[in-house]
Structures are given as structure tokens and as C-alpha cells.
Design a protein around this ligand. Structure first.
Ligand code: XBP
Ligand code: MG
Length: 248
């Protein structure tokens, strides 16, 4: 029996990467006097590594091998990332990044029927709070019984740890939940925790390997804007509802 829906945030609830996280990283680099710039294509490559601090470390190791990686460098990365989080949450407050198609409708339907909601993401907790606040309103933070985010588990996605953490807090078994993801790393994480997973792709993840997903869709769809099915027939009405999920 389905008890809870567990959502990834970046790329799944909203398209946050290209026009949200990416410019925030670039602005933080600029403010720190660095000439680093992550264009759209380079950022797509860097998304292979989840977590902002981890992503900066990976970039430096790959593109600036001349830089000395010592204790001071870890402090620099932490400061850059703190600034990036400030810039990113300010950007969200402008309301420029909306929720993806069908997300609000499905969340409201789940709430109306008493289905429990949770979040499992690698992004920083402040980012989740800001996204929910500026898209669904302040009250929406209480819609989610568990918000598993950021550094609460040391091993980020594709490790399953963040989903295990959420399941433990929910006191539910994987078979009682469905996960929503947008990327290969996210899917590996949810599948690793034994969760049935609905994937909604975006421009950065369209060519990822989604083997094992229950279904792969363009988005969650709406009656007037149906999803495209890329894998796994849902026999649905063109939008993901609780009735559609019951078929999984
Ligand atoms: C999301 C991420 C995050 C964001 C940045 O992955 O990789 O790192 O890009 O967030 P997923 P922070 O959607 O699979 O959870 O800078 O706050 O780490
Ligand atoms: Mg994601």
C-alpha cells in the first residue's frame, strides 16, 4: 500500500540547475575575484558530481591542477559555497524559477488524500526552504514530514544514504513509497534504497541511463499539457495522478 512520495529537488521539483545554481556559482566566483566561469555546457559536465562543494573540488582538480589542495583550500571552498547559497536563495526569492509542470497538482492531490510527503536531495537545506517558500508559500514547508538534505549524510547521491535516512525518519519500507528523480545519479540513489522511481527528464539529463526506472517521462504532465512517455507505459491520462501511481 502506497504511503508516501519522496521527491528529489534540483531538476525534479524545479529546473534549478542551468539558470539557478550555475549563475549563483559564477557570481560567487566573481565576487571572490576568481576568473572561473561555468558555461552551460561545462556545467552539464560538472553535474556528474552532486553537491556544490564537491562540484567545486572536482572542477579545480580537473581544470586547475596547478592549485594546491590543502586545508586552506577547503576553507576557501566552504566560503565560496556559503556565498553561492546566499546568491542562489536571493535568486529564488525573485520567483524566476517556477515548479515543473504537474508538481503542484500532484503535491496537492497527495495532501488531499493524506499521502505523506518527503524530500531527499543533495542540495543545501536553505535552498529547499527557499524554493518551497517562493513557489508554494511559507506554509508548504510543513507539507513535507521529512526534509533530508545536504550534508546530513556524508555520502551524497548516487549513494542511497539520503533515501535510507528519509525512510528511517518516515518509519516506512521502500515498498510503501515512490521516489521522483530527474538524473542518473538520483535514480541510482533511489534504486539503491530499493525505491520504485518515476523519472522526469530535463535538458541536462535527457541522455542519461535510466535503466531500472518504473517510468521515464518528459514531466508530470497536466490535463491540458500531457507528458511524453519515454519509457514504461503508464496507461495514464497524460498526467501523473495518484491513480496513475497506483498502477505502478
Ligand atoms: C543536486 C545537486 C546539487 C546542486 C547544488 O543533485 O547536485 O549539488 O547542484 O546544491 P540532486 P548545493 O538533484 O541529485 O539531489 O550547492 O547546495 O550543494
Ligand atoms: Mg535532481
Amino acid at each position: 500500500m502506497l504511503q508516501a512520495l519522496i521527491f528529489d529537488v534540483d531538476g525534479t521539483l524545479a529546473d534549478t540547475e542551468r539558470d539557478g545554481h550555475r549563475p549563483a556559482f559564477n557570481q560567487a566566483f566573481k565576487e571572490a575575484g576568481l576568473d572561473w566561469y561555468w558555461d552551460v555546457a561545462l556545467y552539464g559536465e560538472l553535474l556528474a558530481v552532486t553537491g556544490g562543494k564537491e562540484r567545486i573540488n572536482y572542477y579545480v582538480a580537473s581544470y586547475h591542477p596547478e592549485l594546491k589542495i590543502d586545508v586552506n583550500f577547503a576553507v576557501t571552498v566552504a566560503m565560496l559555497h556559503r556565498d553561492k547559497t546566499r546568491i542562489y536563495t536571493e535568486l529564488l526569492s525573485s520567483g524566476r524559477i517556477p515548479l515543473r509542470t504537474g508538481v503542484k497538482r500532484l503535491l496537492l492531490e497527495a495532501r488531499a488524500t493524506g499521502l505523506r510527503l518527503a524530500i531527499a536531495t543533495t542540495t543545501t537545506p536553505e535552498n529547499v526552504t527557499a524554493l518551497l517558500k517562493y513557489t508554494l508559500g511559507e506554509d508548504s514547508l510543513d507539507w513535507f514530514e521529512v526534509i533530508a538534505a545536504g550534508d546530513i549524510v556524508p555520502a551524497k547521491k548516487p549513494a542511497p544514504d539520503i533515501y535510507f535516512w528519509a525512510l528511517e525518519k518516515l518509519q516506512l519500507k521502500p515498498a510503501e513509497c515512490i521516489a521522483f528523480e530527474d538524473s542518473e545519479n538520483g535514480l541510482k540513489s533511489s534504486l539503491g534504497a530499493g525505491l520504485k522511481t518515476v523519472v522526469t527528464i530535463n535538458d541536462y539529463t535527457a541522455n542519461h541511463d535510466f535503466t531500472g526506472a518504473a517510468t521515464v517521462l518528459s514531466d508530470l504532465g497536466e490535463l491540458e499539457a500531457p507528458y511524453r512517455v519515454l519509457h514504461g507505459d503508464l496507461n495514464g491520462e497524460g498526467f501523473v495522478s495518484l491513480a496513475t501511481l497506483a498502477k505502478l
